[in-house]
Design a binder for this molecule. Structure first.
Ligand SMILES: CC(=O)N[C@H]1[C@@H](OP(=O)(O)OP(=O)(O)OC[C@H]2O[C@@H](n3ccc(=O)[nH]c3=O)[C@H](O)[C@@H]2O)O[C@H](CO)[C@@H](O)[C@@H]1O
Ligand SMILES: C=C(OP(=O)(O)O)C(=O)O
Length: 436
């Protein structure tokens, strides 16, 4: 297990460019399985989860050519579906969350898709019912080997388009069902579809491959099935969760930072939520400029003066993946805020570490925490901690960069899962961080 050593308490300065989005990459790598033609994808982040999915595609027989950093061409003209029945797949396929999205394309093109229980963050229950109910609606037969948590769907002939109302607006679930429906016979209508920017990107990519999807960006998608799809070129958006992480980092370390090329129009609530914490953000072209918050930042109350609540919700609500970052940033704000993590039940336990460091937080229950900000009157203290999940990991890292003394963060693979060369990029803006 890797470790970061961080010497905190120093202001940073400079420009930082967000990587390509992890969660978009995990989606848009999967449709390469839908065609025998070449698919070129650029701005692919060089991070553990994405590299694992690329390796998995390679093991399925997909030809992979690296054209340059983040730039790959894939060709799935000789896919070996027998690989799905091997022990190696049972081990490898379950090591990340994103691998679940190979099932839809495999089912649509080859008539079968299997997956071991996918991994990803241990942040609470992560059900897959929406995915499999969707495939069943399209006519697939479902089987589940309970003992080794191995899921499968099969169909003789083509999937059949239909109307479906998803039980929840699952992001990867919607992506999976859309990738199956594009090759189904007839029209599929998906209501209560997730509609976040990465799903919109996936739909645009599929349309560029010859799919017929309308309603993109809404929660009602209509997909007219086609016989086959062709190749395309696709560029991944900047990672909005990374962008939110850098906003939090800048405010809490009171640093003047410009986040370059953020694709503002795809950030949804993110700038607003940080502004509610009292953080100044300026739009400069497609960059975000954050001035050094020398006088701190003050949390706004609701209009009637009641305590601000920041909660997650499916897009266009605020993403759950930024709540841990909002929480850590609030520990140095002036004022109080209630953080309500509605989607995941085990994502707030990392606050114990922040409390050890001197933060004033009351964990009300697994979903809610009240943060009483210090207004920089009291500095956090350095400590040794372990990263429980990717976003708690980056939040602890931000805390360590503001803390007095040297902190140690263990289990940094959790952070590397989603942040590319984070130590190197933070050193470039002046952070004292080393990988040991
Ligand atoms: C690889 C990837 O893309 N992962 C993202 C994806 O995960 P993923 O697609 O796995 O997440 P889902 O959208 O399926 O659901 C996340 C959680 O929210 C709950 N839920 C979901 C929708 C809803 O309307 N109500 C509800 O309560 C689900 O039961 C689940 O516990 O979306 C999540 C929600 O944005 C993000 O945290 C993950 O980073
Ligand atoms: C929860 C996350 O990722 P995953 O779904 O891959 O576990 C995340 O990116 O914050």
């Amino acid at each position: 297990m890797g470790t970061f050593k961080i010497e905190g308490g120093k202001a940073l300065k400079g420009d930082i460019t967000p990587q390509g989005a992890k969660n978009e990459a995990l989606q848009v790598l999967c449709p390469v399985l839908l065609t025998s033609e070449k698919v070129r994808i650029t701005n692919i982040p060089d991070i553990i989860d994405v590299n694992k999915l690329i390796t998995l595609l390679g093991n399925l027989g997909v030809k992979i050519q690296k054209n340059g950093p983040g730039d790959y061409t894939f060709q799935a003209d000789e896919v070996n579906v027998n690989y799905l029945k091997t022990d190696a797949f049972k081990k490898e396929g379950g090591s990340l969350r994103g691998s679940i999205m190979i099932v839809g394309p495999l089912l649509a093109r080859f008539g079968c898709g299997y997956i071991p229980k996918p991994g990803g963050d241990k942040i609470g229950r992560r059900r897959l019912d929406t995915h499999f109910e969707g495939f069943i609606n399209l006519g697939a037969k479902f089987r589940y080997e309970r003992e080794d948590h191995f899921y499968g769907v099969e169909i003789d002939g083509r999937l059949q388009g239909t109307y479906m109302l998803l039980d929840e607006a699952s992001v990867t679930g919607t992506a999976n069902i859309v990738m199956a429906a594009v090759l189904a016979e007839g029209t599929t209508t998906i209501y209560n579809a997730a509609c976040e920017p990465y799903l919109q990107q996936l739909c645009k990519m599929l349309n560029a491959m010859g799919a017929k999807i309308t309603g993109v960006g809404s929660n009602l998608l209509t997909i007219e099935g086609v016989e086959s799809l062709g190749g395309c070129e696709h560029r991944i958006l900047p990672d909005m969760i990374e962008i939110g992480s850098w906003i939090g980092l800048a405010a809490m370390t009171r640093s003047e930072i410009t986040i370059k090329n953020v694709s503002w129009d795809n950030l949804g609530q993110i700038p607003n939520v940080f502004r509610k914490l009292g953080i100044t953000l300026e739009r400069k072209g497609d960059d975000i400029y954050i001035p050094a918050h020398k006088d701190g930042y003050e949390i706004k109350t609701d209009i009637d003066g009641s305590i601000l609540t920041i909660a997650d919700a499916p897009w266009p609500g605020f993403t759950p993946d930024l709540l841990s970052i909002v929480l850590v940033v609030a520990t140095q704000a002036k004022g109080d805020v209630l953080i309500h993590q509605k989607m995941f039940e085990s994502r707030l336990f990392f606050v114990d570490k922040l409390i050890d460091m001197g933060a004033k937080i009351m964990l009300c229950d697994p979903h809610r925490a009240v943060v009483m900000g210090h207004n920089f009157q009291s500095q956090l203290k350095a400590t040794t901690m372990s990263s429980p999940d990717i976003r708690a990991g980056i939040s602890l890292l931000i805390a360590a960069l503001t803390a007095k003394g040297t902190s140690t963060i263990q289990n940094i693979e959790q952070i590397d899962r989603g942040y590319e060369r984070i130590d190197e990029r933070l050193r470039a803006i002046g952070a004292n961080i080393v990988r040991v």
